[in-house]
Design a binder for this molecule. Structure first.
Ligand code: PLP
Length: 388
């Protein structure tokens, strides 16, 4: 049987580059276009580009260099930094590549021997697998659902401390995919302290952070100072994945190095990406409001269905997705491929993120309430047939 979770080692590969296995599972199922879809980790919002851009839609292919609005300035203002702290990239995934190349470039002259990267699990496969390509060794650090089953996912500090102490770079995802939960505040401060004590560079994939801005104690990793890199994009919270607009924020020295690396690998940003991204950045509140509306309308229906089946639901306080454990040790790939498929529903098995989550299912409430109601009914039917 195939396994789809992210790789943390090159073991068993005929060359050094691991496949992104979860896409082998996901793309064919997306192509089935099942009627009901709870599989999105990102908000589904129709930006209506003609309305967003107006007459300037015909200028999309023209160079962006002289555009009046520099999208870095909007991001810098939101993040309370200067434009020189911001590098725009083609999505968060390219941000992961450039951030890691930058971190490696910073330390290469001083490291004698292997470059080691500690990466949390469960995770988005390109994070450890970029490190497998660019660095020498990846150490896995596990995160678990809390003992009480409710609240932030946690980790064993001893395991993480040992991993970070052996590494040069640590890569985390503060708002985890698939749990949807933010790092516990003490854990976040602790990771930064341990990394700084050990002279380890921190790279945080903050692709889901913007949904948490209004939550108490929200803080982005770049704000902890030097050698802390934050990656974000318009993909997940702001529903702009197809235009590939992302960014990295860090101290000025780090960003100027990252900019050189970006230019070496990519030259300049695509003009349509910059122009659409700039327009979207000036209108983000419409999506923030839509998320609040979807949470208000959709979550009560999901809670009721899961409660009806006796399933513990650890609901994240923000964002558009979360995950739950199936009862009776049910395999989630089987659940999605048989019970959900029979009800024309797509959801995501936890095995796409970690071998430890084979009984977990990720569901999203990121779709418009009428469609969500039908999808959650299909989830109800799927659970009834799986649990009978
Ligand atoms: C943690 C994380 N980062 C980044 C991405 C992708 O972001 P982008 O489309 O901006 O590359 C995903 C998508 O699933 C993700 O889960």
């Amino acid at each position: 049987m195939s396994s789809y979770w992210p790789r943390f080692s090159r073991e068993g590969l005929t060359n050094s580059v691991a496949p992104i296995d979860y896409l082998e599972w996901y793309i064919p199922r997306l192509q089935e276009t099942r009627t009901h879809n709870l599989s999105f980790s990102g908000m589904q919002y129709d930006w209506q580009l003609d309305k967003l851009l107006g007459d300037s839609i015909t200028e999309l292919g023209k160079p962006h260099i002289n555009d009046i609005i520099d999208p870095r300035a909007i991001i810098a203002e939101r993040e309370n930094v200067s434009v020189d702290n911001v590098l725009i990239t083609h999505g968060a995934t390219q941000g992961i590549n450039i951030a890691l190349l930058t971190a490696i470039a910073k330390i290469r002259d001083s490291v004698n021997g292997e470059i080691i990267v500690a990466v949390e699990s469960p995770t988005y496969a390109p994070i450890p697998q970029t490190a497998l390509i660019l660095a020498d060794k990846v150490i896995r650090m596990d995160k678990y659902p809390p003992d009480s089953k409710l609240g932030n996912w946690r980790f064993d500090r001893q395991q993480w401390q040992e991993a970070i102490a052996q590494s040069h770079i640590v890569m985390i995802t503060p708002i985890s995919n698939p749990s949807g939960w933010d790092l516990d505040v003490d854990d976040r401060d602790w990771i930064v302290d341990i990394a700084k004590q050990n002279d380890v560079i921190i790279i945080a994939d903050e692709a889901y952070n913007d949904a948490y801005r209004q939550i108490d104690n929200y803080r982005s990793i770049h704000s902890y100072g030097e050698n802390c890199l934050s990656i974000n994009s318009l993909t997940k919270v702001y529903s702009m994945g197809p235009i590939r607009f992302g960014w990295i924020i860090s101290d000025i020295e780090t960003i100027s190095l990252a900019r050189r690396i970006f230019m070496t690998f990519s030259g300049v940003m695509a003009s349509p990406t910059m122009k659409i991204g700039s327009a979207a950045l000036q209108n983000l509140s419409v999506v923030d409001e839509a998320i609040a509306y979807y949470r208000r309308e959709n979550l009560p229906l999901l809670r009721a269905v899961l409660e009806h089946h006796g399933i513990v639901w650890n609901e994240p306080p923000a964002g558009v997705f979360g995950c739950f454990e199936l009862p009776n040790n049910l395999d989630s790939e089987y659940f999605v491929d048989h019970h959900c498929k029979a009800n024309d529903l797509l959801a995501v098995p936890g095995s796409m993120f970690s071998d430890a989550l084979k009984n977990w299912v990720r569901v999203a409430w990121s779709i418009e309430p009428r469609a969500f109601k039908l999808a959650v009914n299909a989830l109800d039917e799927s659970l009834s047939s799986a649990l009978k």
